[in-house]
Design a protein around this ligand. Structure first.
Ligand code: HEC
Length: 439
C-alpha cells in the first residue's frame, strides 16, 4: 500500500541563493544520546513517543533568574528543551549570538539582552577541545547556512549530479544545494512533523527518506515535487537510516529493533526483528556482495542481513561497553564503525570475527559519530570536542590527521563520500551542510 501526495509546486519549492559561509570556528555540539550504559537516549526526535514533552524533554528545566530569562524561556524552548542551553558547553556573548542566529532570527535589542543573559549564566566551560593532528592530506571546506533556521539537518547526501542534499528534520523538509552556483532549494514535505531523518538517491534521481516520526519511507521526485509514502508495517517503528543495495532494493534501520526493506518496483515493504531484544539498529551500509550490515547503538554488536530471507545474524563486539553508531565498509568488505561513547573507531573482520580498535585523537570523550570511506581511507567526525573535527584515518599506515570544522559541526551525525571522493556533512546543531573537497 502506498500513498501519493502532491504539494503545489510553487509552494513546494522555495528557491534561495546564498553566499558561501566562511565563518570562524564556533563550536556547538547539540548532544544527542549522552554516552552511558544505554548508549544514548534511544528516542531520537520522536516527540509523540515522549508524551508530548517535546524534543529533549522541555518540561523540567528552569533557567536562573536575571534580565532576559523570560525572553530566553519563551523564544528558545519552542524547538527543543531548555536543557540544550543548560547542558551546553557555554559560549561568550559573541559565541551565543553566532550560535542562535543559526536557529532563530530576532530583532537586535532581543539579541543583545538574550546573549548578555546567556553569557552571564552560561559562560564557556572547560571540556574536550579539538585535537589537531597535522598530516599530508589537504581539504577545502565549503559550508552553507540553510535558509530555514533551526531545521536540524540530520543526514547529508552526495547526489549523482554533484548537488548536496539534506533532511531538515525539525522543519519537515528536504533541501538541496548546488555547489557551483550556491543555489539552495528547500522541498517542504506534505505530512506535517514528518521528521525526515536519513536520505538516499535512486538511479533515476528520486530522493528517498525515512520519516522517523511518521512511520513511512518517502520518495520525492525533485522534478515534480511529488512525494510517495510507503507505510512501514507494524511492529516496525521509527525508520532511521536508509541505503540502496546494488539491485535497487532499499534497506533501512528502525529504532524499534528492526531492519526493513522496500522493493521499489512492487512497493512491497517488509520488516524483520533483530534476534536480541531492546536493540537499536542505527547506521547501515551494503557490502560488495549485496549484504546489508548495520551497527546496534544499544549493545556491543553489529548485524548482517540475508538479502533474500531478511534473516539477521548478530556479531558480538568484544568490549561490553561498545556502542557502535555509524558504519563504513571498505573495498575489502571490512566493517568500520564509530564507537561513540568509548571514543574509538573499530574494524571488524567478518571472515575472522576479530576486532581491532583505535582510540580517536580527541580522546575518550570525543564521541566519534558520522563516518564514511574513500578507497582505503576512513573519514569521520568527533562530535564531543569543540569545535567538532573531521578525522582522516589511513587504514594502510594507521595514521590519523584531523581538521577543525569551520562552522563548528554542531554534531555531524552522518557523512557520505561523493563519487569524486569528496565528503558531504550535515552540521545538525549549527544548521549548515558542508562539502569537503579532498585534495
Ligand atoms: C527553530 C528551532 C530552534 C529555535 C527557535 C532555537 N533552537 Fe537551539 N537548536 C535547534 C536545533 C535543531 C538544535 C540541535 C539540537 C539537536 O541536534 O538535538 C539546537 C541546539 C541548541 C543548543 C545545543 C548546541 C550547543 O552548541 O550547545 C543550544 C545551546 C541552543 N540550541 C540554544 C538555543 C537558544 C539560546 C535559543 C533561543 C535564542 C534557541 N536555541 C532556539 C533549533 C532551535
Amino acid at each position: 500500500m502506498l500513498r501519493t501526495l502532491s504539494v503545489p509546486l510553487a509552494a513546494a519549492l522555495f528557491i534561495f541563493t546564498v553566499g558561501v559561509e566562511g565563518r570562524a570556528p564556533q563550536g556547538g555540539r547539540g548532544r544527542e544520546g549522552a554516552p552511558g550504559a544505554q548508549g544514548g537516549r534511544g528516542r531520537e526526535g520522536a516527540p509523540g513517543a515522549q508524551g508530548g514533552q517535546g524534543r529533549g524533554g522541555r518540561g523540567q528545566v528552569t533557567l536562573p533568574d536575571g534580565a532576559g530569562k523570560e525572553m530566553v524561556t519563551a523564544t528558545c524552548g519552542t524547538c527543543h528543551g531548555l536543557n540544550q542551553i543548560v547542558n551546553s558547553r557555554g559560549y561568550t556573548r559573541d559565541g551565543w549570538q553566532k550560535l542562535f542566529a543559526t536557529m532563530v532570527a530576532l530583532p537586535n535589542d532581543q539579541v543583545e539582552s538574550m546573549s548578555t543573559y546567556l553569557a552571564t549564566n552560561f559562560p564557556l566551560k572547560p571540556g574536550p577541545d579539538a585535537v589537531i593532528v597535522p598530516g599530508q592530506a589537504s581539504v577545502n571546506f565549503r559550508e552553507w547556512l540553510l535558509p530555514t533556521l533551526g531545521q536540524r539537518p540530520h543526514d547529508p547526501l552526495a547526489a549523482a549530479d554533484g548537488s548536496v542534499w539534506w533532511t531538515g528534520q525539525f522543519a519537515a523538509r528536504l533541501g538541496r544545494v548546488d555547489p557551483p552556483t550556491n543555489a539552495i532549494r528547500e522541498f517542504p514535505l506534505p505530512t506535517p512533523d514528518t521528521q525526515a531523518h536519513g536520505l538516499v538517491e535512486d538511479s533515476a534521481g528520486n530522493i528517498w527518506y525515512t520519516a522517523i516520526n511518521k512511520q513511512y519511507i518517502g520518495k520525492l521526485d525533485p522534478r515534480t515535487g511529488q512525494v510517495t509514502e510507503y507505510p512501514v508495517p507494524e511492529p516496525g517503528r521509527n525508520p532511521h537510516t536508509p541505503i540502496f543495495d546494488q539491485k535497487g532494493t532499499l534497506w533501512f534501520t528502525m529504532q524499534s529493533g528492526h531492519v526493513g526493506r522496500v522493493i521499489p518496483s512492487t512497493g512491497e515493504v517488509r520488516v524483520q526483528a533483530t534476534p536480541s531484544t531492546g536493540t537499536y539498529p542505527y547506521g547501515i551500509r551494503v557490502n560488495s556482495k549485496g549484504v546489508p550490515w548495520y551497527v546496534d547503538f544499544r549493545g556491543p554488536r553489529i548485524g548482517s542481513v540475508d538479502p533474500v530471507t531478511m534473516q539477521i545474524t548478530e556479531h558480538p563486539l568484544p568490549n561490553a561497553d561498545a556502542r557502535p553508531r555509524r558504519i563504513a565498509i571498505t573495498s575489502d568488505d571490512a566493517i568500520w564503525y564509530t564507537d561513540y561513547p568509548r571514543g574509538m573507531i573499530g574494524r571488524f573482520d567478518p571472515s575472522t570475527h576479530t576486532v581491532k580498535e583505535y582510540p580517536s585523537p580527541g580522546g575518550p570523550q570525543s564521541l566519534p559519530y558520522g563516518i564514511a570511506h574513500v578507497g582505503d581511507v576512513i573519514w569521520y567526525s568527533e562530535s564531543g570536542v569543540r569545535p567538532n573535527t573531521l578525522v582522516r584515518f589511513d587504514t594502510r599506515t594507521e595514521r590519523f590527521q584531523t581538521w577543525a570544522i569551520p562552522a563548528g559541526g554542531g554534531v555531524v551525525r552522518h557523512m557520505m563520500a561523493s563519487k569524486e571522493g569528496n565528503l558531504v556533512l550535515a552540521e545538525s546543531g549549527v544548521n549548515h551542510v558542508a562539502l569537503v573537497e579532498v585534495r
